[in-house]
Design a protein around this ligand. Structure first.
Ligand code: PLP
Length: 405
């Protein structure tokens, strides 16, 4: 089990942006479970939608039968995707969604060659782990794919710090062209990329990087898979999908985590001809089951009705500004980065990140950790976070940063 704390926290209750542990201590949850509780805990609209479905007596039917809630959800996601004539396939997790996308891409292009990003994380299955660019998680022993890793998610690394955004994009596009011309056999199926890398430490490529990539990819008919498992649903504040921050409409997008507000659901939205090319997208026994789709429909409606993308931009922007101001006097903070309610504090040492987890826990705040070297704190609070809660969390983060000085 991956536990962040010296003593594990057992969460037994939750309401709004707060959870309670078995000892009765309350915490403000700045990691939304694990980027899952988009609307926080125990929101009436989601609870009631699930209860309504439970009362019908139908927990599960499978795709052998028409599921009204699944169709409604698919139509909403297809419309929101911006992909022309899109179709949606539901899974139980982000891993399965990415595995399906890779399956479709390799089948459609009759090639097992995939481009992926250094420092990426896409899941635990054979395909998804093969396109993961982080040693901690990798296991390529029997990979079915030939994968070539690109720069683009590593803007924060010391060797790139001095570059302007424009120069960094130029370096990355040269790297892409060089990779295609040298180590690939020239018939690459797809690129898969997280618009902001999640496990990698919320590293933000400059806006426009993926548009520059897509120009090169389009010349060779290479498909673009955007992994929106962490960046979808307005979390970045700037756009509804993270990839839209780059002005890119991908061929496929994968999603999971926050869609069901804690209920397990993931999926893939893709151009119809790709989706229809393979029977593998015909059936997932539990994918898009009536309980999860009830939760997901309620979650998605709430996000749109309450314009939570705008809330993410406002409250997230305030926290990021506050952190940057405080970090300016803290030499052990190498960078504060992020967009909307997806932001990170990178520290000089992994030990400092471990201490921050204990210091914030002691002050009643839950946060996440990540980055290539475990030296980055990741925050992704519920999109319903209020300005007051934002100020409270910011205050705790700054206090804790001072305490580890
Ligand atoms: N893709 C990204 C960007 C993720 O962050 C994760 C999980 O952290 C996954 C895929 C895998 O999703 P799951 O854990 O639901 O299989």
């Amino acid at each position: 089990m991956a536990l962040y704390y010296d003593e594990p926290i057992e969460i037994v209750g939750g309401k709004g942006s707060r959870v309670t542990d078995a000892d009765g201590r309350s915490y403000l949850d700045f990691f939304a479970g694990i980027v899952t509780n988009t609307l926080g805990y125990d929101l009436a609209e989601v609870r009631e939608a699930v209860e309504r479905q439970l009362r019908t007596g139908v927990v599960h039917t499978s795709t052998l039968y028409l599921m009204r809630g699944q169709v409604e959800l698919a139509e909403k996601i297809a419309r929101l995707s911006g992909i022309d004539d899109a179709k949606v396939f539901f899974t139980n997790s982000g891993t399965e969604a990415n595995e399906t996308a890779l399956l479709l891409a390799t089948y459609a292009r009759k090639s097992n060659q995939i481009l992926a990003m250094r420092q990426s994380y896409h899941g635990r299955s054979f395909g998804a782990i093969s396109v993961t660019g982080n040693r901690t998680w990798k296991n390529n022993a029997l990979s079915p794919l030939s994968v070539y890793f690109l720069h683009g998610g590593d803007r924060h690394l010391p060797q790139f710090r001095g570059l302007s955004d424009e120069d960094y994009i130029t370096v990355c596009v040269e790297d892409l062209r060089h990779t295609l011309a040298t180590v690939t056999a020239g018939d690459v199926a797809a690129v898969i990329a997280e618009p902001i890398q999640g496990v990698g430490g919320y590293t933000c490529p400059p806006d426009g990087l993926y548009a520059a990539y897509q120009e090169v990819l389009a010349e060779q008919g290479i498909l673009f898979i955007a992994d929106e498992v962490q960046t979808g649903w307005g979390r970045t504040g700037q756009s509804f999908w993270g990839i839209q921050n780059h002005g890119v409409t991908p061929d496929m997008m994968t999603f999971a985590k926050g869609l069901g507000n804690g209920f397990a659901i993931g999926g893939l939205v893709a151009r119809r001809e790709l989706m229809d090319s393979l029977h593998a997208t015909g059936l997932s026994t539990f994918g898009g089951n009536p309980i999860s789709t009830a939760a997901a429909n309620a979650t998605l409606d709430y996000i749109l009705d309450h314009d939570l993308q705008a809330n993410a931009a406002k409250v997230g922007g305030q926290i990021i500004d506050g952190l940057r101001e405080a970090a300016a006097r803290m030499p052990y903070v190498t960078e504060v980065r992020g967009k909307g309610l997806m932001f990170a504090i990178e520290l000089t040492e992994p030990e400092l990140a471990a201490r921050m987890l204990e210091e914030t826990k002691a002050r009643g705040l839950l946060i996440g950790k990540g980055g290539l070297y475990g030296n980055t704190l990741r925050m992704a609070p519920p999109l319903t976070l209020t300005e007051d809660e934002g100020r409270e969390g910011l205050g705790i983060l700054v206090d804790a940063l001072e305490a580890i000085a």
